[in-house]
Ligand binder design. Structure first.
Ligand SMILES: CC(C)(COP(=O)(O)OP(=O)(O)OC[C@H]1O[C@@H](n2cnc3c(N)ncnc32)[C@H](O)[C@@H]1OP(=O)(O)O)[C@@H](O)C(=O)NCCC(=O)NCCS
Length: 327
């Protein structure tokens, strides 16, 4: 059976940079608190009326196709992980395909909050491994600024906008996505959610007044679950693949908080110089954090490098993947 290998990667962040200094003028916060508690210095924000996650996702996909010299008609499937779809329906994957000229193939969204990219990668991998498809694009795209309450200092400092896309293709050289684990526990639902806008609480004057269309997060509870579950699942995937810390070339962690990343790396026995980190530049871009890390570090990756991806998010959802880099 062929493995699914990541054969290309591209990322996109919008131009506007929201710095800690600007946030200091918006809410009662300061650079020292944000930097020491989260590791974030700035984040990119998508500005402009009528602009959604698809606008960033399509830039990442168009860049990927151009870079790899692949025509839209060669793509077999496109999966988009997002928590901030442009619309309730149609899905953002359909819109991205339309924007880049990909027609008449399957495309759909996956919603697993900050673990979305890992979930979508796991799903895309199955289509390659079964031999059904040969070119699957997995996109992570989120416009978190659309659901961030810029009067709430406990959440508005955390999030940013961005997108990343990878190409999956079959490989028989022993490289690619070698294992993945996805998990969820819906009893965590009330700790991290956007309460209104879905079928339980459709938009109304009341939901807007109560600010239920924004991210609500019980930060300390989420922090506790994130530290434990991201570290546990990373240890689990290493154990079952007989990997020790020294076998791992790179940890590719979801970028929610530098302290969570440090705790995961410590548990895995991985030194900080082998941990991909870009939270200082982008904040938490939800489904885009992992592909944006791969994009930023692409030039440092070597064929055969062992990568462990790990994520945790609302739901709760979490997971890990073991990848042997293919190029
Ligand atoms: C959000 C988070 C950074 C907050 O850090 P924390 O150390 O837990 O801080 P707390 O929420 O306990 O707040 C400590 C104090 O700082 C204050 N504070 C919160 N946000 C602040 C800000 N932006 N600036 C200044 N002070 C702030 C709080 O009001 C609190 O003050 P108090 O002690 O007077 O009540 C942290 O909980 C976190 O990262 N959580 C998980 C994030 C995550 O993983 N998200 C989901 C995965 S996608």
């Amino acid at each position: 059976m062929s493995k699914a290998a990541i054969t290309g990667i591209h990322g996109y962040v919008p131009d506007y940079i929201l710095t800690n200094a600007e946030l200091e003028r918006m809410v009662d916060t300061n650079d020292e608190w944000i930097t020491s508690r989260t590791g974030i210095k700035e984040r990119h924000i998508l500005k402009g009326e009528g602009m959604g996650s698809s606008h960033m996702g399509s830039k990442a996909v168009a860049g990927l196709l151009e870079k790899m010299n692949i025509k839209p008609e060669q793509v077999d499937l496109l999966i988009c992980a997002t928590t901030t779809p442009d619309y309730v329906f149609p899905c953002t994957a359909n819109l991205i395909c339309d924007m880049v000229g990909i027609r008449n193939i399957g495309s759909f969204d996956i919603q697993a909050a900050c673990s979305g990219f890992l979930y979508a990668l796991t799903i895309g991998t199955q289509f390659i491994e079964t031999g059904k498809y040969r070119k699957v694009i997995v996109v992570g795209a989120d416009k978190m600024s659309a659901i961030t309450d810029y009067t709430d200092r406990t959440t508005c400092v955390l999030f940013g906008d961005g997108a990343g896309a990878v190409m999956l293709e079959p490989n028989d050289e022993g490289v690619g996505v070698l294992d993945s684990i996805i998990k969820s526990d819906g009893s965590g639902q009330n700790h991290l959610l956007q309460k209104a806008g879905g079928s339980r609480y459709p938009p109304s004057h009341e939901t807007v007044e109560k600010r239920w269309h924004y991210v609500y997060q019980d930060g300390p509870s989420v922090f506790k679950f994130a530290v434990k579950n991201m570290a546990d699942v990373s240890a689990e995937i290493m154990e079952r693949n007989h990997l020790s810390g020294s076998d791992v070339a790179w940890l590719v962690p979801h970028q929610a908080n530098k302290r969570i990343i440090d705790a995961t790396a410590h548990r895995m026995g991985i030194e900080s110089d082998r941990v991909m980190l870009n939270i200082h530049k982008y904040g938490n871009t939800t489904a885009a954090t992992i592909p944006l890390c791969l994009f930023d570090y692409e030039s440092q990756l070597k064929k055969g490098d062992n990568l462990i991806m790990a994520a945790f998010g609302g739901g709760f959802t979490w997971g890990a993947a073991y990848i042997k880099w293919a190029y």
